[in-house]
Design a protein around this ligand. Structure first.
Ligand SMILES: C[S@@+](CC[C@H](N)C(=O)[O-])C[C@H]1O[C@@H](n2cnc3c(N)ncnc32)[C@H](O)[C@@H]1O
Length: 237
């Protein structure tokens, strides 16, 4: 399937709407409240959701195409699954997939988009997940969700994501990155996002104690090298 066709003006409008919703949500101290509002307002038009490409993440697709990637993996969970294309990709590879999002409208939309799906789509909040999900998944997929959450809740988001890993389970992370070393400009949350890229140090702390499986790679965007994306896979021992 082709990515969502949209023109620059549509993307700019979608991003402007996100900024307005986020700024209200931050004022109210409710950092995840705006997602459902955005999906609701989009009313089935994916061009109004800036990250909704309607295709699986290319890095996830490339990694899962490696013969060793999914060896021993039976169950997977997709964190902040949005419209579900990463989840559907994993299900197409034969995995038993749970995909959750805090937004009811996103989950309803995903179920409609992928009628007859084998994916178990659930409305669930990363910060209050069912206890049965703790340590239950051989593969945990995080694509662009941590970076959509403000710093105040980010460590909690990382901890909740890691808690989903079964012993020996793999964590796939794809996210924008920023320099957070000495001398790097501080991030201004109200001006600079979302997304709020993860600092390299922050990412290192997020995967501390896990064993690297796929060496971490940071790649500048071909069209805009100021945007750097990173991906890596780690294993819980
Ligand atoms: C930037 S979007 C990325 C969506 C999807 N992973 C993708 O790559 O298209 C972040 C997603 O995380 C979801 N989300 C945000 N906070 C969440 C939370 N606390 N629990 C579960 N999902 C959350 C949002 O509703 C949104 O769908």
């Amino acid at each position: 399937m082709d990515p969502t066709p949209r023109c620059d003006a549509q993307l700019a409008a979608a991003r402007a709407r996100v900024r307005a919703l986020v700024s209200a949500a931050l004022e109210q101290g409710a950092p995840t409240a705006w997602f459902d509002e955005l999906y609701r307002e989009a009313a089935g038009d994916a061009a109004r959701v800036p990250w909704a490409d309607l295709v699986p993440n290319a890095a996830l697709a490339a990694w899962t195409a490696r013969p060793e990637a999914l060896a021993g993996v039976r169950t997977a969970v997709v964190v902040g699954c949005g419209l579900g294309h990463d989840a559907e990709h994993l299900a197409s590879l034969g995995l038993e997939v749970t995909a959750f999002d805090v937004s009811e409208h996103a989950i309803r939309w995903a179920r409609t988009l992928h009628g007859g799906t084998r994916v178990r789509y659930e409305v669930a909040d990363l910060f209050a997940l069912p206890s049965a999900w703790r340590g239950a998944f051989d593969l945990v997929v995080e694509v662009d969700t941590w970076q959509a959450l403000p710093r105040a809740v980010r460590a909690a988001a990382v901890a909740a994501t890691r808690a989903l890993l079964a012993p020996g389970g793999r964590l796939f992370v794809f996210a924008r990155l920023r320099d957070d070393g000495p001398g790097a400009p501080p991030m201004d949350e109200r001006r600079d996002g979302p997304p709020w890229p993860l600092g390299h140090g922050e990412l290192a702390r997020a995967v501390d104690g896990l064993t690297p499986v796929l060496p971490f790679r940071a790649t500048p965007d071909a069209a805009d090298p100021s945007i750097v994306r990173g991906l890596g896979v780690w294993r819980r021992t």
